[in-house]
Design a protein around this ligand. Structure first.
Ligand SMILES: CC(C)(COP(=O)(O)OP(=O)(O)OC[C@H]1O[C@@H](n2cnc3c(N)ncnc32)[C@H](O)[C@@H]1OP(=O)(O)O)[C@@H](O)C(=O)NCCC(=O)NCCS
Length: 183
């Protein structure tokens, strides 16, 4: 059982080092980063797992979420990066970060979450290919774009759309405005 803590500002440097380790120093060239640059992550949804659950323990895993627009009208979440220290992989840290954060996102009123990643890993958390449902992230490999509903039925009748950067000015309000979001 791993204990999640909400990410704090002073965790950023250690998380950056973990992400460099997991994805390589060129990670910021990935298309998904264009949806994060200059935009605040969603408050209350970014978590870390620390060694022994102690505040002073090393960060073993990290997950972040960002506001996202699908077309001009539909709000969603962009999940990522998710990373776990190499020596801890396979112990359930990733699954704990995924399940607990998705539960929290649903509690906050979010309806849809998208990510770029391997279906073989993310299917167990309810993700499915997003391209067949009409979602597109320009310049990204279509088969790596995945979507999951956080509320049962959120994808019913949903026709997808092109993923757009959220407005940085409104991202701080995202948790509140998501409660009224339509899909
Ligand atoms: C992907 C990652 C976050 C998983 O974290 P974790 O704590 O090892 O995950 P869990 O312990 O919850 O699950 C491990 C299981 O996922 C599987 N798995 C891990 N990465 C996978 C992948 N890319 N594709 C398919 N299965 C994968 C493992 O083989 C293992 O399978 P098992 O349960 O049958 O033994 C971690 O491996 C990591 O940081 N990888 C590098 C960064 C990365 O790829 N991030 C995700 C972007 S796609």
């Amino acid at each position: 059982m791993f204990s999640l803590k909400t990410e704090r500002p002073h965790d950023a440097a250690e998380i950056d080092a973990l992400l460099d380790l997991a994805f390589g120093p060129n990670r910021q060239g990935k298309t998904s980063y264009r949806y994060r640059d200059g935009i605040a992550p969603v408050r209350g949804l970014c978590f870390v797992v620390r060694e022994d659950g102690r505040p002073s323990g090393r960060i073993l895993g990290s997950i972040r979420y960002w506001p996202l627009m699908v077309g001009p009208d539909m709000r969603a979440l962009l999940l990522g990066p998710l990373a776990v220290r190499p020596e801890l992989r396979g112990a359930g840290v990733g699954a704990t970060l995924m399940r607990r954060s998705m539960e929290r996102a649903a509690d906050q009123g979010h309806r849809l979450v998208l990510l770029v990643g391997d279906l073989a890993y993310y299917a167990r958390f309810g993700f499915q290919p997003a391209a067949p449902l009409g979602f597109t992230m320009p310049d990204e490999q279509p088969h790596r774009l995945l979507v999951a509903e956080l509320r049962l039925g959120a994808l019913e009748g949903c026709v997808g759309g092109t993923l757009l950067r959220a407005d940085p000015a409104s991202s701080a309000q995202i948790s509140v405005s998501m409660r009224a979001a339509l899909c």
